[in-house]
Design a protein around this ligand. Structure first.
Ligand SMILES: CC(C)(COP(=O)(O)OP(=O)(O)OC[C@H]1O[C@@H](n2cnc3c(N)ncnc32)[C@H](O)[C@@H]1OP(=O)(O)O)[C@@H](O)C(=O)NCCC(=O)NCCS
Length: 188
């Protein structure tokens, strides 16, 4: 099974990235204030449109290689503006001998935070993930990433506390979602 390509919510369309998203991709990934939360240091800001196009190509390729992964542009239906990204990515770590857990993640352009877009997009992505056969998703973040923890809590994810991890400076605040806890779609 694979993740639905176009996912519509009340205000948003989640869709695969296209080459012409490169400018918005560059805008968000060139900001240290955003990317410092996404990975281990050192965070290197994206430098130009070529790097943004390469990012789009790489995420499309990763999904082709493993269709349970997905990177979706979050587009506001009214304006067409791409405000951020919601993703499902395989974590390369070993848990109880099992390799290949998946995480759900998100980021928004700073010009678009504070509208509920990340939570709305993530809830739809969780439903799509479980519809495609995922049974469990993890969410991990720097322990002081309060905005991201807020998204996880709005999704109804179960908090697992701080755990030793190869990411986020070796300690992550972890949450999990299991198939039985799929959030219902909010309709206005
Ligand atoms: C994490 C991140 C996506 C959270 O963004 P966010 O806008 O705070 O989260 P949401 O989209 O869920 O929006 C919730 C906020 O919108 C507000 N809001 C406004 N209108 C709303 C609406 N119609 N519906 C829901 N919420 C609304 C909520 O009250 C809340 O604000 P508050 O936190 O001040 O109470 C963002 O801070 C980010 O991109 N950070 C950098 C990257 C990052 O850390 N990614 C995660 C790595 S683990």
């Amino acid at each position: 099974m694979s993740i639905a390509t176009a996912i519509e919510t009340e205000r948003l369309m989640l869709r695969p990235y296209r080459a012409d998203d490169a400018e918005r991709v560059l805008d968000v990934h060139s900001r240290l204030a955003v990317i410092r939360w996404l990975d281990n240091p050192p965070s290197t800001p994206m430098a130009d449109l070529d790097q943004a196009r390469a990012w789009v190509d790489r995420e499309l390729r990763r999904e082709r290689e493993d269709p349970l992964q997905a990177w979706r542009a979050i587009e506001v239906r009214d304006s067409g503006l791409v405000v951020g990204c919601v993703l499902l990515a395989r974590l390369e770590r070993i848990v109880d001998g099992f390799v290949g857990e998946y995480e759900i993640g998100w980021h928004l352009n700073p010009d678009s935070v504070g509208n509920g877009y990340a939570s709305e997009a993530a809830a739809a992505m969780v439903r799509a993930a479980f519809a495609a056969g995922h049974r469990r998703l993890v969410i991990d973040m720097y322990p002081d990433n309060h905005p991201s923890a807020g998204v996880a809590r709005r999704l109804g994810a179960r908090e697992l506390g701080e755990q030793a991890e190869p990411w986020y400076g070796d300690t992550s605040l972890m949450f999990e979602l299991v198939a039985a806890s799929v959030p219902r779609e909010r309709r206005g």
